[in-house]
Design a protein around this ligand. Structure first.
Ligand code: URA
Length: 246
């Protein structure tokens, strides 16, 4: 949530001072209701803000979107093979968003898209330590010592992987495991399981930090709220939230 005058000013409608005047004089509405109090706040990603009845379309200058990626979509902006891209699922928004990181063509689950370079860089940086959790389907149960090895780290591209956490998931037809990583290297999950002789049959990303696919069927998306964006940007890896990490 942000102060209305700040949102209006950022949308380029008026200076912050002038925006305050517009609010006081009853020119500003939030979700159809005139707001005249100066301390009022709104969520530019969700609330419909208008000045003299005209919607503030540019209020959403920085957006972040959480998409539940279905199978058989590519998570690049374009594809030389003309396969459908995740961008084709995010219709009706003006901003040019791009995917933060990748999910493979046949991987499913949550992926973020944004036009906020600062947020994207932060999420992609190793230092951010943002945990990502995946569910993977394997052909057979790996040996416990192999799983322990993956958890402790293996060499990929000549560099050890960071410690991760792997847990079996109960009640499925085939063996399914949950794996939480705090880094995202190229095809990392698939390559890690391949290393112990277990090709991944299915891969779904179920969580990025605190974001899950709750309420989003495959192909559906939603804007992150300002609060969620702030929480992501303030993600701190520390001893106190090691439990959050992995
Ligand atoms: N790791 C992979 O190997 N594939 C994905 O799609 C995501 C993580």
């Amino acid at each position: 949530m942000e102060r209305l005058q700040k949102i209006i000013a950022r949308a380029g409608v008026a200076s912050r001072r002038k925006a305050e005047k517009l609010i006081l004089e009853g020119h500003v509405a939030v979700n159809g209701r005139i707001v005249t109090e100066l301390g009022s706040k709104a969520d530019p990603a969700r609330d419909k803000i208008s000045v003299d009845g005209r919607p503030l379309t540019r209020a959403r200058s920085r957006v972040a979107i959480l998409l539940n990626k279905p199978d058989a979509y590519i998570s690049t902006v374009s594809d030389p093979l003309h396969r459908p891209t995740v961008l084709s699922l995010v219709r009706g928004i003006k901003e040019r968003v791009y995917p933060v990181g990748r999910l493979d063509y046949h991987s499913t689950g949550v992926i973020l898209l944004t036009n906020d370079g600062e947020l994207a860089n932060f999420l992609m940086s190793r230092a951010s330590g943002i945990p990502r959790t995946y569910h993977v389907k394997l052909e057979a149960r790996p040996r416990p010592e192999d799983l322990r090895q993956l958890e402790q780290g293996i060499a990929l591209d000549g560099r050890p992987t960071s410690p991760c956490r792997i847990r079996p998931l109960a009640g499925r037809d085939k063996p399914w495991y949950e794996i939480t990583l705090v880094e995202g290297r190229y095809h990392q999950v698939r390559r890690m399981f391949e290393r112990i002789g277990q090709p991944v049959l299915k891969l779904k990303r179920v969580r990025i930090a605190f974001l899950t696919d709750r309420g989003l069927s495959p192909g559906q998306w939603r804007f992150l709220s300002e609060e969620e964006i702030r929480k992501l940007k303030q993600w701190k890896v520390g001893v106190t939230n090691l439990e959050n990490r992995v």
